[in-house]
Design a protein around this ligand. Structure first.
Ligand SMILES: [Zn+2]
Length: 308
C-alpha cells in the first residue's frame, strides 16, 4: 500500500496570522497592542463567532475595534493575543457574560453563528482565525481554577497560558489528538453509519481519540478493531485538520485492511460496509450520503477515489 498525498488544504488551515509567540511574554508590548486603534478583536460568545452575510450564503467574519470589544466583554471575559494579521494585532475576546451582546454593538453588526455550520463558505483563512479564537476562549473559560490544587489561576503569556496563584503550576491550552481513517483493501473502502446521525444516510470514515501511551498507528488499529472488528496492517498519514470543537486535531490516515469480515460495535455504528469506488462515486444512486465536502473524512475518501 502506497501513501496517498493530500490534494488540497483542509478546512480551518491556512491562517493568515503570524502568531508572534515570542512576543507574548512582553506585557508592555502586548498592552500597547491591545490599546492600539489598529487592534482587531475576534469576539466569541458562548462558543459562537460573529459573522454577517450568513443568511445570504456569503458569511464573513466580523472583527471589533478595541472600544467595541470592551463594550461586549462586560469587563470580565477573558482575552488573548492571537498574533498579527497584515501587521495589525489580533486578539480573541470572550463576551459570554453578556446575555445578548448584539445590542452592545453598532447596529446591523451581524449575528453570532456556529462556525462549523458555515466554515466551508467563509473566505480562506477566516475559518482558521475564528476556530483559533473559539478554541482558545473555550479553554480559558474552563481553566479558571488549578487542576492540581484548586487554586485560582491567572492568565500568562498574553492569555495563552494560565498559572496557579497558590501552587504556581502552569497550565497550557490542550489539543486532544483524534485519528480519522479510511480503511481500504485496495479495491474497496470501509465506511460506517454512525449512531450519532440516526436520521442521516451518511456513511463515513471511522474515527476516535488517541489514548494515553498510544502511538497514532496503534490508535488507528485499536479503533478499527473496536468499531468494526477488522484487522489493520499498514497505516499511512494523509493530512490533519484543526478541530477546536472544543479541543481536538483530526489526524487523517489511510489504513490497509488485513481481514474482511465486519463485526460492528452497536454503541458506535448502526451499520458498516465495504464499498467499491464505483458505488462511492455514485453514492446517491446507491442510496447513501457522504460526509460534508469540507470535512477531512470526505478528503480521505476523495483522494482515495482519485488514487486508482
Ligand atoms: Zn495550584
Amino acid at each position: 500500500m502506497l501513501s496517498i498525498p493530500a490534494s488540497r488544504p483542509n478546512a480551518y488551515t491556512g491562517s493568515p496570522l503570524d502568531r508572534a509567540s515570542g512576543r507574548r511574554e512582553d506585557t508592555e508590548f502586548i498592552a500597547a497592542c491591545a490599546a492600539s486603534p489598529e487592534a482587531l478583536y475576534v469576539p466569541v460568545w458562548r462558543s459562537r463567532s460573529l459573522m454577517r452575510g450568513v443568511e445570504e450564503g456569503r458569511p464573513e467574519a466580523l472583527l471589533l475595534s478595541p472600544a467595541a470589544a470592551e463594550a461586549v466583554r462586560m469587563a470580565g471575559g477573558p482575552w488573548a493575543f492571537l498574533g498579527f494579521w497584515e501587521g495589525r494585532p489580533v486578539f480573541a475576546v470572550d463576551c459570554s457574560a453578556a446575555e445578548d451582546p448584539l445590542p452592545l454593538l453598532p447596529e446591523g453588526f451581524g449575528a453570532f453563528t456556529d462556525l462549523r455550520a458555515v466554515a466551508g463558505l467563509l473566505p480562506a483563512g477566516e475559518a482558521s482565525v475564528l476556530a483559533h479564537a473559539r478554541g482558545l476562549m473555550h479553554w480559558r473559560v474552563r481553566h479558571r481554577f488549578c487542576g492540581v490544587c484548586g487554586g485560582v489561576c491567572e492568565p500568562r503569556s498574553a492569555g495563552n497560558a494560565m498559572a496557579c496563584t497558590a501552587c504556581g503550576a502552569q497550565h497550557f491550552p490542550r489539543t486532544d489528538p483524534a485519528v480519522i481513517m479510511l480503511v481500504t483493501d485496495g479495491a474497496r473502502a470501509l465506511l460506517g453509519h454512525s449512531v450519532r446521525f440516526p436520521n442521516s444516510t451518511m456513511y463515513s470514515t471511522l474515527a476516535g481519540f488517541v489514548e494515553p501511551g498510544e502511538s497514532l498507528e496503534e490508535a488507528v488499529r485499536r479503533e478499527v478493531a473496536e468499531e468494526v472488528g477488522v484487522a489493520v496492517g499498514e497505516v499511512h498519514y494523509h493530512s490533519s485538520q484543526p478541530w477546536p470543537f472544543p479541543a481536538s486535531i483530526m489526524l487523517g490516515f489511510h489504513a490497509e485492511a488485513l481481514s474482511d469480515a465486519i463485526t460492528i460495535d452497536p454503541e458506535e455504528l448502526r451499520d458498516a460496509r465495504w464499498f467499491s469506488r464505483d458505488e462511492i462515486r455514485n453514492h446517491e444512486r446507491h442510496g447513501f450520503g457522504l460526509p460534508r465536502a469540507d470535512s477531512i473524512a470526505r478528503r480521505l475518501i476523495e483522494d482515495w477515489l482519485e488514487s486508482a
